[in-house]
Design a protein around this ligand. Structure first.
Ligand SMILES: NC(=O)c1ccc[n+]([C@@H]2O[C@H](COP(=O)([O-])OP(=O)(O)OC[C@H]3O[C@@H](n4cnc5c(N)ncnc54)[C@H](O)[C@@H]3O)[C@@H](O)[C@H]2O)c1
Length: 431
C-alpha cells in the first residue's frame, strides 16, 4: 500500500460530503487546515519507502535547493528511510518543515501542551503549529515518544521539554492544554500511585502556572469520571458511578479530583478554565500495544490473528476519530464555556459489532492492496476485566449548543485511515 492510495480514495463525512479540511473559524480563532497537509505529518511516505543506498542518494539529491519548498506537503519533511536488508532506519535531520501560517503578533499565541508527545497531544501540536502558534511541549515520555513530534523539532515556533508535571514548571504562556497523564489501562495501572500523583500534583502545578501567567487552562478529563454509568447517554450533570478502590480508580478518581482542583482555582482565584470530558478516541499514532480496544482489534486482524473480545461482546462503546477531538478541544479552549463539556462520538456499537466492522475494513484494505488472506480471522471471547463499564455514550448536546461542534468523521472512515497507518508501520518493520 502507499500513502497515495489513501489520497486517491475520497474521505467522506457522516453525511457523505468529502472532507478536505479539518477545523473551522470560530470564536475569533481560525483553526482550519487542509487534510492533506495534516495527513502528510502522520501518513508519511517514509513509512513505505524502502530504499537501497543508491536510491537514498537519489532522494537526497532531489531534496537539494529551496525551490522544492513550493511543492506539495510531502516535500516539507525530513526523510526517514527504512532499509529492509538491515532492519534499520536512516534519518536526515535537515530543518525543512511543513509551511505554517504567518500570524500577526496579536493573534499568535504562546501555547503550552503538557503530554504533547502522546497520541492526542501530538495531533493537537500538529494543528497548533500549522496554524502558526508558538508551541511548547512538556512531556516525560512515559507513554509518549519524541518521534511523534520529531517533525517539528528545530522549528523556531516549537520547543520540546522533557519534564515531569509532578514537578513545578515556569514558562510565559497564553494558553495551557493540560493533557499529561497515561490514558490506557495497562499504562495507568502500571504505577497507580504515580498516576494519581500525575493527576493531582501535575494539575496543581499547571493550575498554579495558569494563575501566575493568567493563561487560559484546559484539562483533558475523561468519560471515566462517569464510571460504570447508570444514566445513558451521559450528560455533563450526571455525577457518575465510580468504584473508588477498584483497579481503574487511580485514573477515574485522579481525573475527578483534577476537575475538582480546576474548579477550585476557578472559583477561588479566577483562573480561566475549560474542562473537556473526552470519550474513547482513536487514530494514527495510538500506541498499538497499550491494550485499547481499537488498536487491539486492528493489530490482531492485520496480523491474521483471532480478535479477542472481553466479555460477551454486548457491552457498548462509542468511538471518535482524533481529528474530531482536536476540533472540539480547540473550539472549547477558544469559547466562553467554562462548564465541563463532553467531547465524543455518539454512534454506539456493541464490542462484538465493532470487532466485525474492524475485520471487514481490514479485509477491504488488504484486498485493495492485493493481499490474499490465508484464512478469515475469528472473533474469540474471553472473561471481562473487573469494573469494565457496560455502556458508555456521550450526550453531546452541550458541545453542540455552546461550541457548535459535532463529530464529522464516521467510524468507518476513521478506521480505514488507521488501518492504513498501522499497515504501513508493519511493512516498515517498526511494529
Ligand atoms: N485517548 C483517549 O481515548 C482519551 C480518552 C479520555 C481522556 N483522554 C485524556 O487525554 C490525554 C491524552 O491521552 P492520550 O490518549 O494521548 O494518552 P498518551 O498516553 O498517548 O499521552 C499522554 C502523554 O502524557 C505524558 N505523561 C504522562 N505522565 C506524565 C508526567 N507525569 N509528566 C509529563 N508527561 C507525562 C506521556 O508521556 C504521554 O506523552 C490524557 O489526559 C487522557 O486522560 C484520552
Amino acid at each position: 500500500m502507499s500513502s497515495s492510495s489513501v489520497k486517491d480514495a475520497q474521505t467522506l463525512d457522516k453525511n457523505g460530503q468529502e472532507i478536505k479540511s479539518v477545523g473551522f473559524q470560530r470564536f475569533g480563532f481560525d483553526c482550519e487546515v487542509s487534510l492533506d497537509s495534516l495527513r502528510s505529518l502522520y501518513l508519511r511516505s517514509h513509512y513505505v519507502v524502502s530504499a537501497s543506498e543508491s536510491q537514498v542518494q537519489e532522494l537526497d539529491a532531489k531534496e537539494e535547493g529551496h525551490g522544492h519548498l513550493t511543492q506539495g506537503p510531502n516535500a516539507y519533511q525530513s526523510k526517514s528511510i527504512f532499509h529492509p536488508e538491515t532492519q534499520s532506519i536512516s534519518y536526515t535531520t535537515l530543518s525543512r518543515f511543513a509551511p505554517v501560517k504567518l500570524l500577526p503578533p496579536s493573534s499568535r499565541k504562546r501555547i503550552l501542551v503538557t503530554g504533547g508527545a502522546g497520541f492526542v497531544g501530538s495531533h493537537l501540536v500538529d494543528r497548533l503549529m500549522l496554524l502558526g502558534h508558538e508551541v511548547t511541549v512538556l512531556d516525560n515520555f512515559f507513554t509518549g515518544s519524541k518521534t511523534t513530534v520529531s517533525h517539528w523539532v528545530g522549528h523556531p515556533n516549537f520547543e520540546l521539554v522533557r519534564h515531569d508535571v509532578v514537578e513545578p514548571f515556569m514558562i510565559e504562556c497564553d494558553q495551557i492544554y493540560h493533557l499529561a497523564c497515561p490514558a490506557s489501562p495497562p499504562h495507568y495501572q502500571f504505577n497507580a500511585v504515580k498516576t494519581i500523583k500525575t493527576s493531582f500534583m501535575g494539575t496543581l502545578n499547571m493550575l498554579g502556572l495558569a494563575k501566575r501567567t493568567k493563561a487560559r487552562f484546559l484539562i483533558s478529563s475523561t468519560s471515566e469520571v462517569y464510571g460504570d454509568p447508570e444514566v445513558h447517554p451521559q450528560p455533563e450533570d450526571y455525577w457518575g458511578h465510580v468504584n473508588p478502590i477498584g483497579p481503574r480508580a487511580c485514573y477515574d478518581e485522579g481525573k475527578r479530583v483534577a476537575e475538582t482542583l480546576t474548579y477550585g482555582f476557578h472559583n477561588q482565584d479566577g483562573v480561566d478554565v475549560r474542562v473537556a470530558r473526552i470519550f474513547n478516541t482513536y487514530g494514527p499514532r495510538m500506541n498499538p500495544h497499550d491494550g485499547r480496544v481499537v488498536s487491539n482489534f486492528i493489530v490482531q486482524a492485520l496480523r491474521g490473528e483471532d480478535m479477542t473480545v472481553y466479555g460477551d461482546g454486548k457491552q457498548t462503546r462509542s468511538f471518535q476519530y482524533i481529528h474530531d477531538l482536536i476540533d472540539g478541544l480547540i473550539a472549547l479552549m477558544n469559547s466562553d464555556e467554562s462548564r465541563p463539556v463532553n467531547i465524543g462520538n455518539g454512534d454506539e456499537f456493541t464490542i462484538g459489532e465493532f470487532a466485525e466492522l474492524v475485520r471487514e475494513i481490514v479485509e477491504k484494505v488488504q484486498a485493495e492492496d492485493g493481499v490474499k488472506l490465508e484464512r478469515r480471522v475469528q472473533i474469540v471471547y474471553k472473561p471481562i476485566p473487573t469494573d469494565d463499564p457496560q455502556k458508555r455514550r456521550p450526550d453531546t448536546t452541550r458541545a453542540k449548543n455552546s461550541l457548535q461542534w459535532q463529530p464529522r468523521w464516521s467510524v468507518r472512515m476513521g478506521l480505514e485511515e488507521m488501518v492504513r497507518y498501522y499497515k504501513a508501520k508493519m511493512s516498515e518493520g517498526s511494529m
